[in-house]
Every structure is written in C-alpha cells, then in structure tokens.
Design a protein around this ligand. Structure first.
Ligand code: BG6
Length: 479
C-alpha cells in the first residue's frame, strides 16, 4: 500500500557539468568544472587555471548526454519517471557570463531536452546553477566574491525564464547552497578560487570571502524568485540544501551544544534565509566570533524578505557525529564529514549510511518551515561490476534506496508534506567530489571509465527494473 500522494514526483537528478560533455560545442564557453581534472577515492582532483594537455578533464566528454539525451530520456521514461531534475549549464547560455544576448544554440539544446521530457510525460525540475559558473567570471571577479556576479546571474535567469516559461514550472536557484558554509564551497558552490591551481583538498579558504559570497547568492536567489513571481506566476521556486544531519557523539551537554552549533551553521543557516526571509538569530554571534563582516547594500534585507522560496529541497546521503572529546575516529561525507557513528556502516567512500536519519531530517525540516519538501538527491555511489553478458547486479544500491524510501514513507506518515524524490545520477555520471566515473550511482550503466575510455553504451542495471516497479506502485512495492 502506498502512502505517497497520487501525484508524487518520482524521478532522478543530474547536473549539466557532470553528464552533458560537449564542453566547447555550439558556442559554449568554459565553466569552472571544465578546469577540474579527475581524481579518485584516495587522490584529490585538481583545479587548473588553463587546460593542461597532460591532464584528463572528465567534464569535457562526461557521458555525452548532449548527444545522447533522446536515448537517455527514453530510458528514464521506461522506468516511469514523472520528473527529471537537471541543470542548465550557464556557460552554454552566456559563454563568459557578461554577454548581453544569450547564445541561441545553447538555448535550443535545452528546448530539445525539455520537449523530449514533455513528449514522455516527464516534468523537468531545473537547477539554475549546479556547482558551475562561466570560468570568465572566476578569472575576472573571483566568482561569487564579487557582487557584480549577482547582476550576471539575474540576466541569465531572466533569459532562461522567458525562454522556457511554457516548458519548466519547477526551478531551484542554487544547488546545495550551504556547501558554501565549508571549505569545499570555494570550488563547488561559490567559485571563489581565482588563480588557484592545485588539489581541490587544499583549496585556499577565507571565511570572510566565503560568507560575503554566500550573501551575494542569497541576494541573487531572492532577486530571481521575486522576478519569477512577478512575471511567471505559474513558476514554483525552490531552494536546495545539502542536508548532512549530525548527531551529538555523546549525551555530554557540551556535545549537545556543539552539535546544535554545527546543525545551525551547516544545515540551517542558508535555508533559514531562503525560507524565512532573514538571517537567523544565531548568525550575529557566529559572524562576531569569526571576524566576519557582511557588507549589505540598502534594500538587501527587504529583498531577502520578499524573495523567499515556495518549496524546500535537499540532497541526503549520509550523517555524522559531532563531539568535544578528543581522539574520536573520523568519517567522510558529502563535501565534508565528521565523527564516526559506531551504529552505522559506510560506503567505499566513507559516507555513512543512515536511512532513519532521513526520516529524522525530514521531520526537522518540516517542523521548521512547513513548506512542501522534495528530496532531490539521494543515492549510493559504488563500484559496479559489468558482467561478461552485459548485466550489472547492484543489490547494494537497491538495498540503500529501499531503506531510504521506507523512511520517507514513515516521514509521510508522520505528517511531512513530501512531494517528490529524485535519486542522484539515475544514469552513471562524473562524481562531483572526486571527478571519477568509478563512483557510480546509476540505474543505467554507462561504458565510460576513469582513463577516459569507453564507447558510452548504456545498459540497464538490476536496480533499473526495481525502480521501475517502485514507481509503478507509487512506492507501495519496495521488494
Ligand atoms: C551532491 C551534488 O553533493 O552530491 C552532486 O549536488 C554530486 O553534484 C552528489 O554528484 C554526489 O556526490 P559525489 O561526490 O559522489 O559525486
């Protein structure tokens, strides 16, 4: 028996720079991810300031969705997708970010993608900026560190809103905006890495720049939401957070307080602004203690107030613990990690698996905002084995997803207003954190490998048939 709404949006989520390829085709300019090399579970990927002939840049071809989109969307439709979350590659539309007119060939590509979705009855859910920005804006302005980028972003939004107003209803202003609350945000969320060449793991960090850059994104997001609400009342505008719940390691009150601080900063700071329309009460003390001065322009506070989103979305992969005690074992996680939880197992990349944590998180989010929620990323990155007969058996992925969907069902029974679920990487794509292909999430296997080889053939994994049944039964049959 299904507990999900009849119109529940089941589907999958991808990001342009991780699967489109065609990085310099049809007028596209280079984006920041195009300057990133591949890495692995143990070796950091590099950020370079120019394309180095001796390095491999996985976004350049990726899985070439650009030329395979019809085949791929047909496969999504075969699984019964109701929604497909993808992002628009900003530098396909504005190659440097500063042009006054958009690139027609770039716009036409997304017309084809959205038309194809519609032809299959799939609703597009579009992330406006998913961990990318035209590289020119990094070189010229140090990414979101500069307020000028707000204007370029708003121009970009206006162009795509107008072009796709009859094709796209659901929009997310920034992917995992709260990634900017930690060091990895200098590459992924904020692009504040001008002139840096070296390992991603050692990217320079300046908290003043990071939090100022986040302020610029809040303003940009609010402006986009306000514009959309004024001109396209049919649009639904959402925020997107990397929800990485943390627990106190012990019941020592010091651990409880440390965890509260961590939760506030990592998981709530950004969504409090985007969902409630103002900086949260705990921000001032955090700024003071870290010597952060947020430069605001007159009118910014009103913008934040007027630019609140219509719905909340998040990614959810893993959880970790927080402690004030010395010598505790650490664990990995999405764009960061924490202290290991002895009750949980982890993936090969050290991301702890915590389905119950998803139920807990959804309850916390809903209690705080009372907005409709979508889980727009969840999935299991794993090494898959391609068998000689072309099959791929991935029971570990099915198990991970089944347990998380079970907990979403519990959250729905708890009363959470959950509207949709898009698993991460329904088709194998390039890993954001490591730049590798070997970390696979897909229901669809792609013949593409870390050394750049592979003929790009698509193959259905066992999980493909399982997810098809899940969707067909509206989450009622998870066996
Ligand atoms: C999220 C991102 O952080 O997690 C995606 O929004 C990313 O872009 C996904 O791919 C999984 O992370 P990774 O590092 O395994 O690709």
């Amino acid at each position: 028996m299904s507990v999900f709404r009849d119109d529940f949006l089941w589907g999958g989520a991808c990001a342009a720079n991780q699967f489109e390829g065609a990085w310099d085709v049809d007028g596209k300019g280079p984006s920041l991810p195009d300057m990133c090399t591949n890495g692995s579970a143990t070796t950091s990927k590099w950020v370079t300031t120019a394309i180095r002939p001796d390095k491999l840049y996985p976004s350049h071809e990726a899985i070439d969705f650009y030329h395979h989109y019809e085949e791929d969307i047909a496969l999504f439709a075969e699984m019964g997708f109701k929604v497909f979350r993808t992002s628009i590659n900003w530098s396909r539309i504005f190659p440097t970010g500063e042009e006054s007119e958009p690139n027609e060939k770039g716009l036409a590509f997304y017309d084809r993608v959205f038309d194809c979705c519609k032809a299959h009855g799939i609703e597009p859910l579009v992330t406006i900026s998913h961990y990318e920005i035209p590289y020119h804006l990094v070189e010229q302005y140090n990414g979101w560190a500069s307020r000028e980028v707000v204007g370029f972003y708003v121009n970009y939004c206006k162009a795509i809103f107008e072009r796709y107003k009859d094709k796209v209803k659901y929009w997310l202003t920034f992917n995992e905006i709260n990634c900017g609350t930690n060091r990895s945000g200098n590459l992924m969320a904020l692009s504040t890495c001008r002139g840096y060449e070296g390992p991603f793991s050692e990217i320079p960090d300046d908290v003043q720049i990071r939090y100022q850059a986040l302020h610029h994104q809040f303003v940009a997001s609010a402006k986009a939401v306000i514009w959309a609400h004024q001109h396209y009342p049919q649009f639904k505008m959402g925020c997107m957070n990397l929800f990485a719940a943390s627990y106190p390691s012990t019941c020592d009150p010091a651990d409880i307080l440390a965890n509260q601080k961590n939760m506030n900063l990592r998981n709530w700071y950004c969504s409090d602004v985007q969902c409630r329309g103002a900086y949260p009460y705990y921000a001032c003390r955090f700024w003071q203690e870290n010597d952060i001065r947020i430069e605001m322009e007159p009118g910014d506070e009103q913008l934040l107030k007027d630019g609140v989103v219509d719905f909340y979305t998040c990614s959810y992969y893993s959880t970790s613990c927080v402690t004030t005690h010395e010598g505790q074992e650490k664990t990995g996680g999405n764009m960061g990690g924490g202290i290991k939880n002895p009750y949980l197992k982890a993936s090969d990349w050290g991301w702890q698996i915590d389905p119950e944590g998803l139920r807990w998180s959804l309850n916390e989010i809903y209690a705080r905002y009372q907005l409709p929620i979508m889980v727009v990323e969840n999935g299991f990155g794993a090494y898959d084995q391609l068998e000689a007969d072309g099959s791929i058996h991935d029971p570990y992925r099915i198990e991970y997803l089944r347990r998380h969907i079970q907990q979403m069902a519990e959250a729905v029974k708890d009363g959470v207003d959950l509207r949709g679920y898009t698993t991460w990487g329904p088709i194998d794509l390039v890993s954001a954190s490591t730049g590798e292909m070997a970390k696979r999430y897909g229901f669809i296997y792609v013949d593409k490998y870390d050394d750049g080889t592979g003929d790009l053939t698509r193959r259905r994994k066992d999980s493909f048939y399982w997810y098809k049944k899940v969707i067909a039964t509206n989450g009622g049959d998870l066996d």
